[in-house]
Design a protein around this ligand. Structure first.
Ligand code: DGL
Length: 264
């Protein structure tokens, strides 16, 4: 196999970025690691998230990746710089692309950011949005309840809708025209989020913009794969294969995906 692109997340959230990669860059081999055994990262200390992110990046480095996508906002917020310094391959995060997509989409400059406690507390979205639009008003909201719904596979359930509705009360009275899904798990509950946000709010996930950055980097490094044959992605989880596989099948529409266990 030609050198693959590595993708990492605390669990299944990064699959939302993989979905966009499979659409836009179908000939690129992908190796994914989801650290489901230690998910969620949102409530963890900066030091823990840095260490776990380094462990995933190191494992992929040994597998010979040509680029790394940190498809996790929480890890991007606290570990991107360190990972970039440590490895020679290009490393793409999800926060600057997400902020860019939101600033482009917002007419009023009033932007809500939904994310994990770690991402919201880091202020990384505030910084990224204000770097692009100094006049923007940002309404951050930590939604620690959402990741467990997704990881447990309950994202389509009615109870998920109620949990999302309750969390979004935190934005009541705020006026915004764009909401960023500042956690890669959240597109799996996007239908619930959309249903409980005011009409007309445009929801932005960082996946589309992130994959644009991946493509640009491939072109810049002259490392875009030329062969037109598609290669099935390989997924590693530190957690249970039987919990991970159904979400890959459902979200990426891949029959019998290649899901393996990894110890970091
Ligand atoms: N999917 C991740 C993110 O984008 C992490 C969620 C978590 O583990 O708390 O932030």
């Amino acid at each position: 196999m030609e050198a693959p692109i590595g993708v990492i997340d605390s669990g299944v959230g990064g699959l939302t970025v993989v979905k966009e990669m499979l659409n836009r860059l179908p000939n690129e081999p992908i190796i994914y690691i989801g650290d489901d055994a230690r998910c969620p990262y949102g409530p963890r200390s900066t030091q823990e998230v840095r260490q776990y992110t380094m462990e995933m990046a190191s494992a992929l480095s040994k597998m010979g990746i040509k680029m790394l996508v940190i498809a996790c906002n929480t890890a991007t917020a606290v570990a991107l710089d360190e990972i970039r310094e440590h490895f020679s391959f290009p490393v793409i995060g999800v926060i600057v692309p997400g902020a860019r997509g939101a600033v482009k989409a917002s007419e009023t400059g009033n932007i809500a950011v939904l994310g994990t406690v770690g991402t919201i507390n880091s202020g990384a979205y505030d910084d990224a949005i204000h770097a692009l639009n100094p006049n923007a008003t940002v309404y951050p909201l930590a939604c620690p309840e959402f990741v467990p719904i997704v990881e447990s596979g309950l994202y389509k359930s009615e109870s998920a809708s109620g949990i999302v509705a309750k969390a979004l009360v935190g934005l009541a009275g705020k006026e915004f025209d764009v909401a960023i899904l500042g956690c890669t798990h959240y597109p799996l509950v996007q239908h619930h989020i959309q249903a409980h946000l005011p009409d007309g709010v445009n929801i932005i996930s960082s996946a589309v913009e992130t994959v644009s950055d991946v493509e640009q980097m491939l072109l810049l490094k002259n490392s875009k794969r030329h062969s037109a044959s598609e290669v099935a992605p390989i997924f590693y989880t530190t957690g249970k294969i039987e919990q991970f596989s159904p979400i890959v099948e459902d979200w990426l529409l891949i029959d019998q995906p290649d899901v393996r266990h990894i110890i970091l």
